[in-house]
Design a protein around this ligand. Structure first.
Ligand code: FE2
Length: 143
């Protein structure tokens, strides 16, 4: 990953902060900590780092606010998550497992791989008979 890009865990934070702000209007340290299953001290340290790197600001009244740069990264991550969700949703996997797995892999995939999965999703969506054939063959081979 190029030096100017945020690290994988920084991506996790930006993704979650953006989600919280969208859902609740603000992102509190305690909510970020709960959501990422980390200690509040870790959140404080990462927020400091992200602030220094220009991804977010802290304002007294609105709390954490993503800068334009931070928002751009958050939207990219959100987009990638949505692409992976669309892909995995084709196969009727349990939504909770699916969500956890996406969170586990999404920061490790190259843009090229995400693009392949996106194209494959589009291919299956345009060819529902092919998807059906695949799902049936899978069911058969697992019996
Ligand atoms: Fe995600």
């Amino acid at each position: 990953m190029p030096k100017s890009s945020p690290s994988q865990s920084a991506e996790d934070y930006l993704e979650r902060i953006h989600e919280l702000i969208e859902r609740k209007g603000y992102a509190r340290t305690v909510d970020i900590a709960t959501s990422l299953r980390v200690r509040q001290a870790s959140v404080t340290a990462m927020v400091q780092k992200l602030g220094d790197a220009g991804y977010l600001n802290y304002t007294k009244y609105r709390g954490l606010v993503l800068t334009e740069k931070g928002l751009e990264v958050a939207l990219k991550i959100q987009n990638r998550h949505a692409t992976l969700s669309r892909f995995f949703s084709l196969f009727g996997l349990d939504p909770e497992t699916q969500h956890q797995d996406i969170e586990g892999i999404e920061h490790h995939l190259s843009p090229e791989t995400v693009q392949v999965l996106s194209d494959l999703t589009e291919f299956f969506e345009k060819n529902p008979e092919t998807l059906k054939a695949f799902r049936q063959s899978r069911r058969r081979s697992r019996k």
